[in-house]
Design a protein around this ligand. Sequence first.
Ligand code: NAD
Length: 292
Amino acid sequence: MTAMIAIIGLGNMGGGMAGNLVRNGYAVRAFDLSEDALAKAEAAGCLRAASTADAVSGADAVVTMLPAGGHVEAVYTGDVFAAAAKGALLLDCSTIDVATARRVHEAAAARGFDMVDAPVSGGIAAAGGGTLTFMVGGSDTAFERATPILSAMGKAVIHAGGAGAGQSAKICNNMLLGATMIATCEAFAMAQKLGLDPQTFYDIASVSSGNSWSMTSYCPLPGIGPTTPADNDYQGGFAAALMLKDLKLAVQAAQSVDASIPMGNAAEALYQAFANSGQGGRDFSAIIKMLG
Ligand code: NAD
């Protein structure tokens, strides 16, 4: 019998992920508060559900891809726990704070559900193309059960540890990304002021110790390195507002464990200033415009 998956949250990311579940042979029942998002999911082969409860009842697994922790907690404690079948596997792929992720895990376990937190690396194109990386927190059993479903939507599925470990890995990774992007932007801006040609600086730094993913895979200057959002006037890609969201989660998590993150704090303050200047919708590499 075809496994039935409920997916809740069909936005930029969840919409593409739902399509990949369908393409991989799952029967998918989809729900979103937005009529537009529901219509797109239906066109991609999903069955339209009337509510979260309708989507999850009788499903073998429930995937959520929601904006933030408050939405995730409300959806699980509101409808999913009440309506999901006994034994259904719960997979939250949203990026949320570690504390909420752990709380929802605990509540799920108390009701006998296996659950994973499985946030993703990769943006809208990777969600549509089925090439996301999933960082997974949960028990060995939950991870094993989740792997085939996540593999249908991604190219890599990595077990990070117990409850909340996926979210911990995600925010540490994105804190590193935010800080290295700003450092890369600073270096390019300063190199130019010192009279260096940016292509020459790239040729040197990309094979030297200043090399990073932000430089060689996502160069913040147009015409240098591979094609990136910088080549498209910083449209598309990963919005600065989403980077700011992840940096705020990192700062919150650091406070909860008394971790010292001066670079993370600086990155959060700089992306906050960038967003305040009305640039939050641009790709996060556009912060180079504010530096130099
Ligand atoms: P989005 O805002 O495009 O989609 C979220 C969807 O959830 C919306 O369609 C909204 O209507 C729906 N929703 C909200 N509350 C709901 C509820 N109670 N019931 C049903 N549906 C509800 O957001 P997105 O860009 O798809 O991001 C989703 C998650 O993925 C976020 O946590 C984000 O941080 C993370 N993420 C996004 C990207 C990216 O590039 N967009 C990359 C990595 C991770």
